[in-house]
Write a protein that binds this ligand. Structure first.
Ligand SMILES: *Cc1c(COP(=O)(O)O)cnc(C)c1O
Length: 394
């Protein structure tokens, strides 16, 4: 849905509450109805023939989809937004909106692993050449662009390893070489970063994370500039990427409190990152809002906040010892995804998939999502885990 109807010039908190809402259209109810449906009945043949009908078929979305799309478009500052059944589908939609056979594309080496799998499994089969690049190259990507380079894809900070991309420099270099730019904005959410204002053409969200915010639905979103909107819309229609109405509803419901949740995720995340920095078991904390982080200045320039997701590198210890810690944590659940109200932790090893950069850390890497629990309890849980780890390492 094009976001043109969204309110203009409102502060972020007000926009979060108001964007996309049209109570008058729904009998005065504050929230949109959940329309379960395939067929939409037209009262007259003239309305059936009208290609601009507001709702025309279930696959094209109903009131809950439309509300969420208008709201995200307004908050991201884009022309329009399409929601998809998952974040992964949103990545695919954005990429397909920007490429054709014979193109060459550049993908940051630290992107979300399933994005990498989509590119390697599908795009290369369609005659699109892929080069992975060091996300910290900035304007240097111009040197590895070819005449047929049509797209540059990155996320900032990178999933798992948190390198911060110089968004305006990378984007300007891509545009100078004739390529479009997709940024995966899941980490910051549109509340803390507005990629389109930094020149990005398509901003992708795994709305599964902070938009939904309660670990109870899968959703994605692609927000486009006016120039890319027709292409996004066309691929969206032709692939039949319809999210279910209940999930779209949960997305727009979650969005209304996303700013409040994110402020707390940021505060607790930073507090935990600082606490972990002081722990003797921890070699490094990878959190862009810490002044010690190599991407801190870029983060400060381009983001207005930080979410609750960051990583740590443990000092080298036997894997059995760090595994013993992970097995005994109570509040930190071990599981993929993040962005819900609950804290999570997962071990990872970037050596397994990187091709353009090298990962030289020797200690076990762990990614943490700091939820909305009391940070004293979270510290106790980790301290207890570290004690188990230290005992197992002896
Ligand atoms: C989770 C995630 C995705 C994919 O979202 P799903 O809804 O799980 O498909 C894409 N990009 C990033 C950065 C993510 O963290």
């Amino acid at each position: 849905m094009s976001g043109k109807k969204g309110p203009k010039n409102l502060k972020p908190d007000t926009l979060t509450v108001t964007a996309g809402r049209e109570p008058a259209h729904f009998y005065g109810f504050v929230n949109p109805p959940v329309a379960h449906g395939s067929t939409v009945i037209y009262p007259t043949v003239a309305e059936l023939r009208n290609e601009n009908a507001r709702y025309s078929y279930g696959r094209r979305g109903g009131p809950a989809h439309e509300t969420l799309e208008m709201a995200i478009a307004a908050i991201e500052g884009g022309h329009g937004c399409r929601i998809t059944p998952s974040g992964k589908a949103a990545v695919a939609l954005a990429v397909f909106a920007a490429v054709k056979a014979g193109d060459h594309i550049l993908i940051a080496d630290n992107v979300y692993l399933p994005t990498r799998r989509f590119v390697d499994a599908i795009l290369t089969r369609l005659g699109i050449e892929v080069t992975y690049f060091d996300p910290q190259m900035g304007a240097g990507i111009r040197q590895i662009m070819r005449p047929n380079t049509s797209l540059v894809v990155f996320e900032s900070p990178g999933s798992l390893t948190f390198e911060v991309v110089d968004i305006p420099a990378t984007t300007a270099a891509a545009h100078a070489g004739g390529a479009l730019v997709i940024m995966d904005n899941t980490w910051a959410s549109p509340y803390f970063c507005k990629p389109i204002s930094h020149g990005v053409d398509l901003s992708v969200q795994a709305a599964t994370k902070y938009v939904v915010g309660h670990s109870d639905a899968m959703l994605g979103a692609v927000t486009a500039t006016e120039a890319l909107w027709p292409s996004v819309n066309s691929v969206f229609s032709e692939l039949g990427l319809c999210a279910g109405p209940d999930d779209a509803y949960l997305g727009q419901r979650g969005l209304r409190t996303m700013n409040v949740r994110l402020d707390r995720h940021m505060r607790s995340g930073l507090e935990m990152a600082e606490w972990l920095s002081a722990r003797p078991e921890v070699a490094k904390v990878l959190h862009p809002a810490l002044p010690s982080h190599p991407g801190h200045d870029l983060w400060k320039r381009d983001f207005s906040g930080a979410s609750g997701l960051f990583s740590i590198i443990l000092k080298p210890c036997p894997i059995e010892a760090s595994d013993a810690m992970l097995n005994r944590l109570n509040l930190f659940g071990m599981g993929f995804s993040w962005g819900g109200y609950e804290s999570l932790i997962v071990p990872f090893d970037p050596r397994k998939y990187r091709t353009a950069t090298t990962w030289n850390e020797t200690g076990q890497a762990l990614r943490l999502h700091i939820g909305l629990e009391d940070t004293d309890d979270l510290k106790d849980d980790l301290a207890h885990g570290f004690a188990i780890m230290n005992r197992a390492a002896q």
